[in-house]
Design a protein. Structure first.
Length: 99
């Protein structure tokens, strides 16, 4: 397993037991969710079975990216992710189509 924070010492991982809060196949989505959580002060860690910078593809489940948060932050983190996932752009907020 490849982890963004390979050292889980207390100096790197603040909080309780790492708890899975989100899975995705897209590196950009994982980074976006990570930024969302960190922007709200929630420490998080990305984990994958492959190094995406070397193998930028998904195959047979190898490309799944998992996001972990401290156990006590799980409710807050999952609420933030759910709120983010439900956001939509209203029709009047869309850019006009070029013609």
């Amino acid at each position: 397993m490849v982890e963004e924070n390979n050292n889980r010492s207390d100096s790197v991982w603040h909080g309780g037991t790492p708890t899975l809060v989100f899975k995705t196949w897209e590196r950009t989505e994982a980074e976006l969710i990570k930024g969302l959580l960190e922007g709200e002060g929630i420490t998080c860690m990305l984990s994958s079975d492959i190094t995406h910078s070397i193998y930028p593809f998904t195959m047979d489940g190898l490309g799944e990216i998992r996001i972990y948060v401290p156990e006590e932050k799980f409710p807050e983190a999952s609420e933030l992710i759910e709120a983010y996932s439900k956001e939509t752009i209203e029709p009047e907020d869309r850019l006009p189509e070029s013609g």
